[in-house]
Design a protein. Sequence first.
Length: 495
Amino acid sequence: MEKVFGNIINGKEETDGEKIPVKSPVDGHLIGYIVDSGMDEVNRAVDSSMETFNGQWKHTEIADRQKMIGKLADIIQEKAEEYANLESINTGKTIRQSTFMDIPLAISHIRYFAETDEFKYERKIEHPEYPGTYGIIQNAPMGVVASIAPWNVPFLMAVWKTIPPLLAGNTVVLKPSHYTPLTAIELVKDMKKAGFPDGAANLINGTGRKAGNYLIENKKIGMISFTGSTNTGIKIMEQGAKGLKKVTLELGGKSPNIVFSDADMEHAAKGVIFGIFLNAGQLCESASRLIIEESALDSFMEKMKKYLQNMKAGNPMDYETDISAITTMEQKEKIEKLVSETINAGGNVLYSRDLAGSVPESGTYFPPTMLSGLKAGSGISDEEIFGPVLTVYTFKTEKEAIEIANSTKYGLAAGVWTSDMAKATRVAGNIEAGTVWINEYHLLSAAAPRGGFKMSGIGRELGLEGILEYTQTRHIFMGNNESGMSDVAYGILLK
Ligand code: NAD
């Protein structure tokens, strides 16, 4: 019998009930099963989180919670190799990426939350209208947070969706994607070892339509923190509005990389490739549009092709392999459909490769691809492909570059490549996106808030702003009639 990866409810792993198979995109083999949770599992998880919230969790201080978060980082550090293997087998991302990026980055983010002193529970204010009185402003938790995560960077997302809300004093019910739940399950198990009380974080497995929907419908949920596609985000917001729930949404993108001819072209070529082909383009902020100064196009393409040709295809579990798998068959079919539609609509293929024979049979792969000849602002130029596909546009003026960059409904991230820092900051300040990198891409810092403009989302994750999303403000007015101000106020009604 294959392994069953259970739900974690009130500190116990539960494996009973209907099952969903979990397959590896590396070579299609069956890894095991997860529980196809329904209303009963979801409601018990929410009840457990509510009980913990109203019980001992309420009496913890930020410093107590940070101690547990720090201990968790130590535990994961010890098992980093195990986490990296699990992440790569489940997602098909290269083992090099899991080992040197996804897992250590997530650990460093956990440590940031364990150590930051920026977040304070309360602060004192003066009331200029009422001398002698003062106010206490508290960042009160929301209660039980429903955290819903996507399949593409499962461990980092599970960390972002549990640690900041816990730090802010909430409890959490986490629902990872049913395609890639394995490292999230391990994370919640390790929380118990780090000293978090049972129910501080519960985890339910299952599909969005069933488990996810029951979770957001549950009346005891105080907030929904969602990361996923824009279409699902819209549905979640509609559903959340019925219960007037606070909703934060981290959604899709169609991010641009703008390359000026005065950039360090070697560095820019590597950065543009890293921007789109890392994780086979399956990152929300993947820079799927290259907007390049016309005079630099030909030489830049030559440089990019040279690097692309050197990227090794193979088994992603092999340390030499550079090209990640496509995590789900549905996603691969979507990429194929969008690319063939583009070609039928007159798009040119600037670069593609045949991966057959070099990648494991029965795995799910799509080659790095570059397309040109597309009109900016519509069709595939405005649709998230979520795969290793770069569309290329040219510009003659700075104004035109900014217009093309802003021509999509999304606004998650962007890159600007130039040696002129005045131009870089001017362009960055005109781009409609939550993150703009200058001469870099994908470098994430836990101290920096990130999120979307336009259809890329509402709210921020990481940094102080990201922690404050999981709070609601309480003002406590400390009255004092020393100055006689309240007699004046009450005198309006009572002579
Ligand atoms: P998705 O929207 O299909 O699913 C995301 C999560 O929502 C999954 O756990 C899914 O089970 C759940 N879900 C689906 N329907 C639901 C419903 N009706 N009610 C409740 N839950 C439901 O997204 P995906 O395909 O898993 O992930 C890829 C998308 O995520 C891409 O669009 C990508 O850009 C986006 N993403 C955004 C960020 C960010 O920070 N902005 C980060 C990673 C991924």
